[in-house]
Design a protein around this ligand. Structure first.
Ligand code: PAF
Length: 285
């Protein structure tokens, strides 16, 4: 596995692969890799000739300086995990390499970013769209891999790909969970032992919400019950719990028959902010 640290090296390598007719898979990450990331890399290795994994803790998508400072950074351990699962090249740029000058371009995704993560983390999706566009331009992948845990990010990147005519296929993988249901996330490493014990309650809350919706309970009453369930755990400080259209991500008050629905949650467990979601298709609703 090659380690590339400059944008020029990544561009030169991926251009050569393209000239040689190689199919390129890209897995963008911020490192502190877990099984969820590794499954994306394995899938990319199975479906492409070469796989680029990027590890870059992107400062422009953090609206909270402490979150950026404390985000886990484990480049050596990450590199050791990547080769055995089929990574061909690890792109590990510095902040200066990715942002030689402050970027002025601003994205506006309209209603897609005015809810949930976009509403609670101003500027977050602008930073995501900026860095993902840079990564797409530098590596020109045939396929790019993302996890469903960041559901709103997926919707934003879909829009980005469509609006800017990126010639690539997006592959979205289901959320990978720990045995107790906690969605895998690099931020889980920062949970205290107590918070780690309580964290699976977020998934339980989503499951409760899904069950109540399947029983055809009105959305407002489902939200109420889920909020009460979460209030029993004082370590959990809820930021939002939403019942939303799975594609537009707009909140839903009444579910229509053919609608795909996403239950989405964000909460603080002491200092650590976690998100999760659960998709329910129209079946059974
Ligand atoms: O999902 C992430 O880890 C990041 O938002 C991404 C897509 C790598 C962009 O920095």
């Amino acid at each position: 596995m090659e380690i590339l640290q400059s944008a020029a090296a990544l561009q030169a390598q991926t251009e050569k692969w393209r000239r040689d007719g190689q199919r390129i898979g890209l897995v963008p990450t911020m490192g502190a890799l877990h099984d969820g990331h590794l499954r994306l890399v394995q899938a990319a290795a199975a479906e492409n000739d070469v796989v680029v994994v990027s590890i870059f803790v992107n400062p422009t998508q953090f609206n909270n300086p402490d979150d950026f400072r404390l985000y886990p950074r484990l480049p050596e351990a990450d590199a050791a995990l990547l080769e055995p699962v089929g990574c061909t090249a690890l792109f590990l740029p510095s902040v200066e390499e990715m942002y030689p000058q402050p970027s002025k371009l601003r994205f506006d995704f309209g209603s897609l970013e005015q809810v949930m993560e976009g509403a609670h983390r101003p500027g977050h999706f602008n930073g995501v769209a900026t860095v993902v566009s840079k990564l797409f331009h530098l590596s020109r992948p045939h396929r790019a891999y993302f996890g469903q845990k960041d559901l709103q990010q997926v919707a934003i990147i879909r829009q980005l790909v469509a609006d800017l005519s990126f010639d690539l296929e997006l592959i979205i993988f289901p959320t990978v969970r720990e045995a107790d249901g906690l969605a895998m996330s690099s931020r889980n490493r920062r949970l205290s032992a107590d918070a780690r014990q309580i964290a699976p309650q977020l998934y339980k809350a989503l499951q409760l919400g899904a069950k109540l919706l399947e029983e055809k309970r009105p959305v407002a009453s489902v939200k109420n019950d889920v909020l009460q369930f979460l209030a029993m755990e004082e370590t959990i400080v809820l930021e939002y719990f939403e019942v939303a259209d799975a594609h537009t991500l707009q909140p839903i008050e009444r579910i229509s028959k053919s609608q795909d629905v996403a239950l989405c949650i964000a909460a603080w467990l002491t200092e650590v902010r976690l998100i999760d979601n659960l998709l329910i298709s129209d079946k059974g609703l």
